[in-house]
Design a protein around this ligand. Structure first.
Ligand code: HEC
Length: 216
């Protein structure tokens, strides 16, 4: 019977462990590993490079897989950890446009605001506030110097078409929208909701916001 993948991995681990441990023992005994540069050698004839402390910012020799040895990344830190690119929801992939301009012409496919109120309370209110004026409780915790939550009752947002609002919610705000849609960086704390909420949920949010802020 062929070995299961798990079993094979276990065997491989067991085979490597004594070798790795003795290699390290020899190196530390001879004092020939420089943890700053990662240069290691045994005798004068075998030279190689191990991960260096200053390069990885974590463990001296990365042979341990426990998470506390790995560089840490705090919740809500940017860059935000999102589902892997190319992940597809079970309802199917969505057509992704490559700039905010292209979203402007989209029309709400008939989804009403009913679900939008609760979606807004859970996903948006913490930053944009109960009255959509951009004064949510999270504003005092956001990194200083970064973009502040937009006042969604201002002319820029009220003047946006439904399609544009849908695009803004999908890509995570206006400033970095095109960059995000083209696979680039964002410095905005607003998440890309196309990765977190379904198309239907985002249209319900658009309908909900439109009801409160009026239209172009
Ligand atoms: C972590 C904070 C945060 C959360 C949560 C958040 N936003 Fe934002 N949002 C921002 C920031 C900051 C900006 C301004 C920067 C920008 O536009 O790129 C912004 C911008 C926007 C804009 C663009 C306004 C304009 O006309 O330029 C819209 C629309 C918007 N948010 C809607 C939403 C909606 C709807 C939700 C919930 C689904 C939401 N935001 C959740 C922080 C947040």
């Amino acid at each position: 019977m062929p070995l299961s993948l798990k079993k094979r991995a276990q065997l491989l681990n067991r085979r490597w462990l004594p070798l790795a441990v003795s290699l390290l023992a020899v190196m530390f005994a001879l004092g020939c590993y420089n943890s700053t540069t990662g240069d290691a050698n045994i005798g004068d004839s075998i030279n190689f490079k191990l991960p260096a402390l200053s390069e990885t910012g974590s463990n001296r020799v990365q042979m341990f897989t426990e998470m506390h040895y790995q560089p840490s990344h705090r919740v809500q830190d940017v860059p935000r950890i999102l589902p892997p690119s190319g992940s597809v929801p079970i309802t199917g992939a969505e057509v992704v446009l490559s700039s905010l301009d292209e979203y402007k012409g989209l029309v709400n496919p008939g989804i009403g605001p009913a679900a939008g109120q609760e979606l807004y309370r859970v996903n948006c209110q913490v930053c944009h506030g109960q009255t959509l004026d951009g004064n949510g409780p999270a504003t005092s915790f956001l990194a200083s110097g970064g973009p502040v939550p937009a006042d969604l009752t201002g002319p820029l947002t009220t003047g946006a078409t439904d399609g544009e609002l849908f695009g803004l919610v999908s890509c995570g705000g206006r400033f970095f929208c095109d960059s995000v849609l083209q696979g680039g960086e964002t410095q905005s704390p607003m998440p890309e909701f196309r990765r977190l909420l379904s198309e239907e949920e985002r249209w319900a949010l658009v309908a909900y916001m439109r009801g409160l802020i009026g239209g172009p």
